[in-house]
Ligand binder design. Structure first.
Ligand SMILES: [Zn+2]
Length: 221
């Protein structure tokens, strides 16, 4: 009995080392930090240091990745060789449809930390709207992504979101948001900051800072 207990204990202790090669759900991957969750979306802030790699982890929802750093990474799907390295830059957006669970890991093969915001759509809209708020930078069956690259002093067109959306700063910026009635508000934002808006909104975005800035909007379909 004592021997059994001891071997069970020793199995538990060695498990983090011995069992780590199996995939974990993305929420349990230690470099993915859950920063927001509601019925519709789950947002994870991910940092992978140079030379480091995430564990193999599984994504089960349509998702959008928004790059926040200039880095070089190599992806590796479960049971496949590591892919050719690719560069990720601030504001680089990818929208994936995960109609079946997708397991991979991400290896930082460069010299700078890899930072990305992973937005997973938990509730797939039953009746998608066909009205987009503007030019679509990327999309999947659950969301449309709009990208506003604003030079110093520049404004986006006035546009309307008919669906809830997540507004994300891909770079630091002094952002002014102007509503349809002309009222405006100023926001000093850092790269990676975001805000969930649940309602119909008409607005334009202005970069009041001295350098180019990028805003990404992830809108439910
Ligand atoms: Zn907008």
């Amino acid at each position: 009995m004592r021997t059994l207990l001891l071997s069970a204990l020793s199995a538990t202790l060695t498990c983090p080392v011995m069992c780590q090669q199996g995939p974990v759900p993305v929420e349990q991957e230690p470099r993915h930090h859950l920063v927001f969750k509601n019925d519709a979306v789950m947002v994870m802030h991910v940092t992978v240091q140079p030379g480091d790699s995430t564990l193999y982890h599984t994504h089960s929802h349509d998702r959008i990745a928004i790059g926040l750093s200039d880095s070089t990474i190599a992806q590796q799907e479960w049971d496949k060789p590591e892919e050719t390295p690719t560069r990720s830059t601030p504001g680089r957006v990818s929208a994936r449809q995960e109609d079946k669970p997708y397991t991979h890991r991400v290896h930082n093969v460069g010299t700078t930390p890899f930072v990305v915001l992973d937005v997973e759509i938990l509730t797939r809209p039953a009746n998608p709207t066909s009205n987009a708020a503007g030019p679509i930078a990327a999309e999947n069956p659950s969301a449309r992504i709009y990208k506003h690259v604003l030079a110093a002093g520049a404004s986006s067109a006035m546009h309307t979101h008919e669906r809830p959306y997540l507004i994300v700063a891909a770079t630091a910026m002094q952002l002014k948001i102007t509503a349809a009635d002309g009222k405006s508000s100023g926001h000093e934002i850092k790269a990676g900051e975001f805000h969930w808006v649940d309602g119909r909104v008409t607005h334009s975005l202005t970069n009041e800072g001295p350098a180019e800035g990028q805003i990404i909007e992830v809108e439910l379909k």
